[in-house]
Design a protein around this ligand. Structure first.
Ligand code: LLP
Length: 416
């Protein structure tokens, strides 16, 4: 559930009409709802009540520091994949002791920075990475907390680009090799083995693949315990899907309840979640203006001022996100449009064959744009990146200014 609703044919974010936001901040603009973000976070945090648990929000989904700060204030931890994301978390007032560091390519400098910051855990994805963390920790005279990201070879049945738990993917350590690698890790002087982690993919709409992965992890945990290696946490990653187009993923509380049930015999394990999309996707929309309507022989185009550089999911994954008008015009006849941007690529579309009753100058929103929207945006075609605003009740806060022209060539230099 979110807080973007019509009142008398006008779309509101909480108590603020989107037209007012467009007037004040222009378009394209990302608009987020604080109440929605907090509601989604709490669905996870409260679902696992009764046992030790930690929500480590996946920063890559949306890394604006105002939003990270809202989550930090609720007690959230963070799942990061780069030094940049860790720096954002710190900038936002996040607690490094609640940070887990994922990703297959951690550099020496990133490991140093994370060790000096005092993060909760490195989610280690390979033997060379394990060795590297040991070396860096030894040099800094620190003990690095590590968890192996295990690849359980589970088909998440999602888009191939966002499926990560199969043997064919670059992620994690083959579950069949994990036991011996844990023994290796446990023998290292400057590592402390503390957990196990997996993340099998994104936008999963069923609980079963998660539970299958969990069963494999628990079998590994048993085997390790029998060999004297006790883990203190189990991290089951992110990946819970959201409704974009009628999908019916389990509610976070249902999903978490199933997971909690499976862990009944493991009261000593802290349960860690790494949700990104489930918290942010439906807490944000991309507000855009129709510049032109262009009729064609086969297709009609609504050309808008947002483009693939602002929101790349439709172009990259053929992702479907709802596109709705800010002002409903029941008196106007509707038509099918491809909603496209001004970028010079055929792949520059936000939606195809959408039934809309619109006129030039009207505002539209692309829904479900709070996750993997702004964070995947670029300056392609020298387009300044969009503004971001946060609505909180009847208040609107600018949380990232629209880029200025000079931002486009910031850091570039002429040669003599
Ligand atoms: N943990 C790890 C280790 C991850 O790799 C990811 C996402 C997450 C957590 C969060 O997953 P979520 O709960 O958001 O599904 N750009 C794609 C999604 C890529 C996801 C990558 N990893 C999209 O727009 O659909």
């Amino acid at each position: 559930m979110d807080f973007f609703n019509y009142q008398q044919n006008q779309l509101f974010a909480e108590q603020v009409p989107l037209t007012a936001i467009a007037e004040q901040f222009g378009s394209p603009t990302y608009v987020y709802s604080r109440a929605t973000i907090e509601r989604h976070y709490k669905a996870f945090a409260e679902a696992a009540q009764g046992r030790e648990s930690l929500v480590c929000y996946a920063v890559k989904a949306n890394s604006n520091i105002a939003l990270l700060n809202l989550l930090a204030r609720l007690g959230s931890g963070f799942d990061i994949v780069s030094e940049g994301e860790l720096r954002r978390v710190l900038q936002a007032g996040g607690n490094p002791a609640k940070v887990v560091f994922s990703g297959v390519g951690k550099t020496v400098t990133e490991i140093e920075f994370a060790l000096n910051t005092g993060i909760k855990c490195f989610n280690v994805e390979s033997i060379p990475e394990l060795d590297r963390i040991q070396q860096v920790a030894e040099r800094l005279n620190k003990v690095a907390p590590v968890s192996l990201r295990v690849n359980p070879d589970i088909d998440a049945k999602t888009h191939p680009y966002i499926s990560t738990g199969l043997k064919a993917n670059k992620f994690g350590i083959d579950i069949n090799d994990a036991f011996s690698i844990y023994q290796r890790a446990a023998s290292y002087s400057h590592l402390k083995v503390c957990g196990v982690d997996c993340h099998i993919g994104s936008q999963l709409t069923e609980t079963q693949p998660f539970l299958d992965a969990l069963d494999k992890l628990l079998a590994l945990i048993d085997k390790l315990a029998a060999a004297g290696i006790q883990l203190s946490h189990i991290d089951i990653g992110g990946g819970l899907g959201v409704p974009y187009n009628g999908e019916t993923p389990p509610h976070p509380s249902e999903y978490a309840a199933e997971v909690v049930k499976r862990l009944a015999n493991y009261p000593h394990l802290t349960l860690v979640f790494e949700p990104g999309r489930a918290i942010m996707a439906n807490a944000g929309v991309l507000l855009t203006k129709v510049e032109y309507l262009k009729p064609g022989q086969e297709k009609h185009f609504a050309i808008v001022d947002a483009a693939m550089n602002d929101l790349i999911r439709p172009a990259l994954y053929s992702a479907w996100q709802a596109i709705i008008p800010v002002e409903q015009k029941p008196q106007l006849a509707s038509q099918l449009y491809d909603v496209v941007g001004p970028v010079c690529e055929t792949g520059d579309f936000l939606g195809k064959d959408r039934e809309l009753a619109v006129e030039p100058g009207d505002l539209l929103v692309v829904r479900s744009a709070g996750a993997y929207g702004f964070t995947m945006s670029s300056n392609y075609n020298s387009r300044p990146r969009a503004a971001e605003v946060l609505v909180d009740g009847d208040q609107v806060h600018l949380i990232r200014a629209r880029e200025q022209w000079a931002d486009l060539w910031h850091g570039e230099q002429l040669v003599p």
